[in-house]
Design a binder for this molecule. Structure first.
Ligand SMILES: Nc1ncnc2c1ncn2[C@@H]1O[C@H](COP(=O)(O)OP(=O)(O)OP(=O)(O)O)[C@@H](O)[C@H]1O
Ligand SMILES: O=c1ccn([C@@H]2O[C@H](COP(=O)(O)O)[C@@H](O)[C@H]2O)c(=O)[nH]1
Ligand SMILES: [Mg+2]
Length: 224
């Protein structure tokens, strides 16, 4: 049964995730941890998922401004780590250039620290979790159940078009890397989307249309 639905690399990712979670689980249980778990506040988390160039960042910026969220793009956190010559910079640059997924060890650490220093207690987290391995690591290390999971849905031709029209000088905004990102999205991110759909948390948004039209589709979710 597993052989029919999981590629060997997906199984490797899950196995790696479980080992990683086991290795860091003492951190979660340690009362000396000065992080999220030991703070009296309990943040609200919302995840925003969708393929490359679908418009996550564009819409998150508007939602965050309109509804008072702190916007965290995990891709931006990784790019900051590169530009500041951080500890993991070289490895992150190589991974992003290839269109692959950076290990949970790094992303969850960066994300945890960003949540802890967030300006508000309500977060829109863009582009994470990108795989079941990411999700498991997040649950073990941060462990705050998301309230809402948005999934921006769009066809691949339109996503490719949007990426290639973007003018931010990103190393991954080219045809070959985007093809790989689309493949990675289907293989690793769609299972996460299915997971949250089964939990009744997923809001699937049609991402075809103008930016204004898409934003109007989001209002009912955050206006309540
Ligand atoms: N509804 C839309 N119609 C056409 N272009 C759009 C739309 N929304 C965003 N764009 C443009 O598409 C490009 C990608 O948008 P954005 O950066 O928000 O996507 P993203 O989902 O965050 O992508 P990535 O995952 O690669 O970071 C940008 O140039 C943006 O201006
Ligand atoms: O959780 C994450 C988020 C991002 N990455 C890597 O960064 C690039 C760009 O991410 P965007 O969300 O499109 O800005 C992505 O292709 C991955 O290589 C990641 O590994 N994990
Ligand atoms: Mg983005």
């Amino acid at each position: 049964m597993l052989r029919r639905v999981c590629s060997p690399s997906l199984l490797n990712q899950v196995a790696y995730g479980l080992n990683f979670v086991k290795a860091v689980s003492t951190e979660v249980l340690n009362p000396a941890d000065a992080g999220i778990l030991s703070k009296a506040r309990s943040p609200t988390i919302n995840f925003v998922l969708g393929g490359p160039g679908v418009g996550k960042g564009t819409q998150c910026t508007r939602v965050a401004e309109t509804y008072g969220f702190t916007y965290l793009s995990v891709g931006d956190l990784l790019r900051k780590e590169i530009s500041s010559n951080g500890e993991y910079g070289d490895m992150i640059l190589e991974t992003i250039t290839k269109g692959k997924i950076v290990s949970s060890e790094v992303t969850v650490k960066l994300l945890k620290s960003a949540i802890e220093s967030g300006e508000t207690n309500r977060f829109l987290i863009d582009g994470f979790p990108r795989s079941e391995e990411n999700r498991l690591a997040y649950e073990q290390i941060i462990g705050i159940e998301p309230e809402v999971v948005l999934f921006f849905d769009c066809n691949e031709v339109e996503m490719m078009k949007r990426v290639l029209h973007r003018t931010q000088g990103r190393v991954d905004d080219n045809i070959d890397t985007t093809k790989e990102r689309l493949r990675v999205f289907e293989a690793y991110s769609l299972p996460v989307i299915r997971y949250y759909s089964q939990k009744g948390k997923l809001h699937k948004i049609n991402a075809i249309g103008t930016e204004d039209e898409i934003f109007e589709r989001l209002r009912p979710i955050f206006s309540t």
